[in-house]
Design a protein around this ligand. Structure first.
Ligand SMILES: Cc1cc2nc3c(=O)[nH]c(=O)nc-3n(C[C@H](O)[C@H](O)[C@H](O)COP(=O)(O)OP(=O)(O)OC[C@H]3O[C@@H](n4cnc5c(N)ncnc54)[C@H](O)[C@@H]3O)c2cc1C
Length: 372
């Protein structure tokens, strides 16, 4: 039986950053429970360890410091270097399999798109390394959150299926709202309107899959191409340069094939189609990548549920972080990115929602329940 004042459920960016904010306030009495064997959630950079060849993002890649200055401050606070997304050169448009792709002027994003050196995973790694390692429990999937009156009992399974129980006063829920409402049993049940709201909130990017191909050289740049492409042929609908400055070159693409179709196709076949598309667009040198990665988020039970198999282009409208009344009010606070009123679904949203949740939890009017 574990015991702490606060349980953070989920070890993606929002959960890790909430832990960092608690520790920065001198609050050590928490435990963070993460279902996967690794931390980072929708942020995954490969290879796992820092590498001179660079790391390549299978989840989040970009941020926009001009409109997300608070995320930039966090990136700087953790001493991370950033660089601009490579956008120089022409873009390719692939309209049909029988005609060559057309070449159009590339366009720079209105707001500068930046990446983090070492991949977005460098951010979650940097935060995690600053935390007390013994408070972070991976391979621990929360199944049930139960009100016992004087405390909340969090029940989880470890990676061998053994029960792990934790008694706490407060829960910071760093799991996307839809996933939490579908996969965690709350006793008593969440108020109906809250459960409905959380279930109908699409988990940003959960329906998507990303392909990355790593090369020795960014050979497309020699042809005056930016590496960017749009395609109505597929399997990738949108392709970008993913090269790591000073490291290997790379291209990545979002698959346009729906999740329901992808699941029926063996991974090796999908990889072959992605490679063939890169050859059609960028030439024979794309035929032999040094490494290839495919991550299908729609098939990952720690991100997506059945309702996420269909893309939803809308970011969540303002969501309630906690119940308006009843036993869960202020004792269960949602802090995953989707709960951010400003940047719902984005990396910046994870930081924003975590900060709001920790501020609420430690606000003076909560002191009676929190610090007693
Ligand atoms: C393919 C893709 C591309 C993206 N690109 C960008 C981008 O370029 N820019 C951008 O700003 N955003 C992007 N995003 C979104 C960004 O990744 C997310 O907004 C951000 O990572 C969310 O962090 P989070 O901690 O709120 O949630 P998550 O990262 O989803 O973390 C939730 C954590 O909870 C864990 N968990 C789930 N259930 C349980 C349970 N029952 N018990 C314990 N733990 C549990 C999960 O394993 C996970 O680690 C992208 C996402 C994807 C998938």
């Amino acid at each position: 039986m574990l015991s702490a004042r606060i349980a953070i459920i989920g070890g993606g960016l929002s959960g890790l950053y909430a832990a960092a904010l608690l520790e920065a306030r001198g609050i050590q009495d928490y435990v963070l429970l993460e279902a996967r064997d690794t931390f980072g959630g929708r942020i995954v950079s490969v290879p796992e360890a820092a590498s001179a060849a660079g790391r390549f993002d299978l989840g989040a890649t970009w941020f926009w410091p001009e409109i997300q200055p608070s995320l930039l401050r966090v990136v700087e606070e953790f001493g991370l270097a950033t660089f601009a997304q490579h956008e120089t050169g022409d873009m390719l448009i692939e309209r049909s399999r029988v005609h060559s792709p057309s070449r159009v002027d590339g366009y720079a994003s209105m707001s500068t798109t930046r990446r983090i050196a070492g991949g977005m995973g460098a951010l979650t790694d940097a935060i995690r390394y600053r935390l007390s390692a013994q408070k972070l429990v991976s391979g621990c999937q929360v199944r049930r959150v139960r009100d016992l009156g004087e405390c909340i009992e969090v029940e989880a399974d470890d990676r061998r299926g053994r029960a792990v129980t934790c008694r706490v006063a407060h829960v910071l829920l760093a799991v996307p709202p839809r996933l939490a409402a579908h996969t965690i049993d709350f006793t008593p049940a969440l108020p109906d309107d809250l459960a409905t709201q959380w279930k109908s909130c699409a988990t940003w990017m959960a329906p998507h899959a990303k392909y990355v191909a790593v090369f020795d050289e960014p050979f497309w740049r020699e042809q005056g191409l930016s590496g960017e492409a749009r395609s109505s042929v597929g399997p990738m609908a949108e392709i970008h340069d993913a090269s790591a400055p000073g490291g290997r070159a790379a291209l990545f693409g979002f698959l346009g094939v729906p999740a329901a179709v992808r699941i029926q196709v063996p991974e090796a076949v999908l990889l072959g189609h992605c490679r063939a598309q890169l050859v059609r667009l960028f030439g024979d040198r794309a035929q032999s990548p040094l490494a290839e990665f495919l991550k299908d988020w729609a098939g990952d039970p720690h991100t997506a549920v059945a309702a996420d198999q269909t893309p939803d282009v809308h970011h969540a409208a303002s969501l309630s972080r906690t119940a308006l009344s009843g036993v869960w009010r202020d004792r269960l606070i949602g802090i995953a990115s989707e709960w951010s009123p400003e940047f719902s679904g984005y990396v910046a949203g994870a930081v924003d929602a975590a900060r709001r949740g920790v501020e609420e939890l430690t606000a003076p009017d909560m002191a009676g329940s929190f610090f007693h």
